[in-house]
Design a binder for this molecule. Structure first.
Ligand code: NAP
Ligand code: ZN
Ligand code: ZN
Length: 348
């Protein structure tokens, strides 16, 4: 028998989220039922629910930064037990047999990983995300939250944390490397903390200096406003790695000009519209423009362990479920310090 749980759902691209109920499937042999404690609000939730990346399947419950406690396990589950503190991020399954799944890079599954929301699950239903009381997920896509991390500050690590950790590791952020983080929102503030913990020299490039004090407190060595045109002159050719988290249109060529010879700009922010690139923004300095999506389940566990070891959690503002629409407006206004987290007990 499916279980009915309370959730907040999008019903159309231009409507506020509404309180509703959804069904969670019965726990299968390899499934884990999680009583959700906190769900982070990612800008991707908004892009998706508003059909900015393509038509969303309504009604849709978003949320892919899930932290909670295991309430029930299937008969063959070995990785998790009732009472364990666990997390679920942006995917809940993958094909498990393609070349990328075999390499342990299931986020790049050639058949497409199964998103935590708005994807078609193995049983043909549309996946529904974390703005809900419970979720049922196959055990292989559930990670352990280390004891040292509180569930509320851990929730945003499941997307914002891993999405910034993975490219920083891939491009070897560390001592001697100059890393810039563009945009200090949910992803950006985690990028600053993680790059600093990895030993890189970190610069924040934000639209204004409003968050400068916070940026320096979180581990940035330098902080510049991109609204000041002298910033681009002053920093031309400076960075080995730019982690770009901007969610809206920006001048790609201006940011590429900040890369040193052989530098790389990684896009993790995913603006819905195309961004023009000049060949000569790349050619004269052998620059690379790259992209990266989340991280594997194995790397997500590694990131959580790294965060516990370094005492890193997200900077959060905990809200009641009823405040979710207001919180979305503040995210859109770049007025988030630095991640909203829904206390899902307020759904009861
Ligand atoms: P967020 O909290 O809204 O942060 C985005 C930041 O970008 C803002 O805080 C702002 O920083 C900056 N920004 C916003 N509008 C801008 C504009 N017009 N020009 C310049 N800068 C602007 O969003 P988020 O949750 O961190 O997500 C950021 C992006 O990453 C979204 O597009 C999201 O969908 C995407 N994402 C991708 C992945 C992936 O796997 N690749 C995973 C998660 C999210 P300042 O105020 O400091 O300027
Ligand atoms: Zn996300
Ligand atoms: Zn696969």
């Amino acid at each position: 028998m499916p279980t009915t749980v309370t959730a907040y759902a999008a019903t159309a691209a231009d409507q506020p989220l509404e309180r509703t109920t959804i069904e969670r499937r019965d726990v299968g042999p390899h499934d884990v039922r999680i009583e959700i404690a906190y769900a982070g609000i990612c800008h991707s939730d908004i892009h998706t629910a508003r059909s900015e990346w393509g038509p969303a399947p309504y009604p849709l419950v978003v949320g892919h930064e899930i932290a909670g406690v295991v309430a029930e396990v299937g008969s063959q589950v070995t990785k998790h037990a009732v009472g364990d503190r666990v997390g679920v991020g942006c995917m809940v399954d993958s094909c498990r047999e393609c070349a990328q799944c075999e390499r342990g890079l299931e986020q790049y599954c050639l058949a497409g990983n199964t998103g935590t929301y708005a994807a078609i699950d193995r049983d043909g239903t549309v996946t529904q995300g974390g703005y809900a009381q419970q979720v049922v997920v196959t055990e292989d896509f559930v990670v352990r939250i280390p004891d040292g991390l509180a569930l509320d500050v851990a929730a945003p690590l499941l997307c914002a944390g891993i999405t910034t950790y993975s490219p920083l590791r891939h491009w070897k952020a560390g001592p001697g490397m100059k890393v810039a983080v563009v945009g200090m929102g949910g992803l950006g503030h985690m990028g600053v903390k993680l790059a600093h913990a990895m030993g890189a020299e970190v610069t924040v490039l934000s639209q204004s200096l409003k968050k400068q004090e916070d940026g320096l407190r979180l581990g940035a060595d330098h902080y510049y406003a991109t609204s000041d045109p002298t910033t681009f002159e002053h920093l031309a050719g400076s960075f080995d790695l730019i982690l770009n988290t901007v969610s809206a249109q920006f001048d790609m060529n201006a940011y590429l000009s900040l890369l040193a010879v052989d530098g790389t700009m990684v896009l993790v922010g995913a603006p819905p519209k195309a961004l023009p690139v000049q060949a000569f923004s790349l050619i004269p300095a052998r620059r690379t423009l790259a992209g990266s999506t989340i991280g594997s389940i194995g790397e997500t566990q590694e990131m959580l362990d790294f965060c516990a070891e370094h005492g890193i959690g997200a900077e959060i503002e905990v809200i009641d479920a009823a405040q979710v629409n207001e919180a979305w407006e503040r995210v859109l206004a770049s007025d988030v310090r630095y991640r909203f987290v829904i206390d899902t007990s307020t759904l009861a």
